[in-house]
Design a protein. Structure first.
Length: 180
């Protein structure tokens, strides 16, 4: 394992199994209805690609890119939209697919932002949840794993843009990010 990583938190097999279970939960809730997935760049890319292939419904998808205004976003709750949707979501069954809920600021903002476009249903599917870090009130409808307050990478998640390609999720050593 890379010297900046401490341990594997979730193995490739554990993730694969859980992603299929999440897909099954979504299929149970939406039966044969059409779904519209919104992947939040870049962290959710690997997750959304695996999730959509486990779902048997008719799925269309799009991406959004957002960026927080640094620390002030946590108090103001304002998130900058870098790439908006290419499609109209009015009347659609929309599922926001995100890598991780940390403070909740990003998802809360995105949820309110997309709600205004009148989707039929708006749900949140998140691979990882760090409830200890929550600052705003937002809950995902589908959660892969609840994890402790440690910085994790892999399966799409990065540390300074590294490690997104790892097939597992690992914890970064404190000394690695203390120096950044
Ligand atoms: P908020 O605080 O708005 O933040 O819920 C969500 C975003 O913060 C990033 N984030 C992480 N990225 N490992 C990462 O690679 C982590 O442990 C981690 N915690 C938060 C991530 O971009 C997420 O979308
Ligand atoms: Mg993200």
């Amino acid at each position: 394992m890379n010297k900046d990583l401490k341990k594997i938190l979730l193995t490739e097999e554990e993730i694969k199994k859980r992603v299929c279970e999440l897909a099954q939960d979504i299929m149970n809730d939406f039966k044969d209805e059409e779904l519209f997935f919104i992947g939040v760049l870049k962290g959710s890319v690997v997750f959304v690609a695996d999730l959509m292939r486990c779902v048997k419904n008719d799925v269309t998808m799009d991406f959004m890119a957002v960026s927080s205004y640094g620390l002030s976003s946590q108090t103001s709750g304002v998130v900058r939209i870098l790439k908006d949707l290419d499609f109209d979501i009015e009347g659609k069954n929309v599922i926001i697919v995100e890598d991780i809920i940390d403070t909740g600021t990003t998802l809360k903002y995105l949820y309110e932002y997309l709600k205004k476009r009148n989707p039929k249903v708006l749900k949140i599917c998140c691979l990882l949840d760090k409830p200890e870090r929550r600052k705003v009130d937002i809950k995902a409808d589908y959660i892969g794993f609840t994890i402790p307050d440690e910085f994790v990478v892999g399966y799409g998640l990065d540390f300074a843009e590294r490690f997104r390609n790892l097939p597992y999720i690992a914890v970064v050593k404190e000394e690695a990010y203390a120096n950044k």
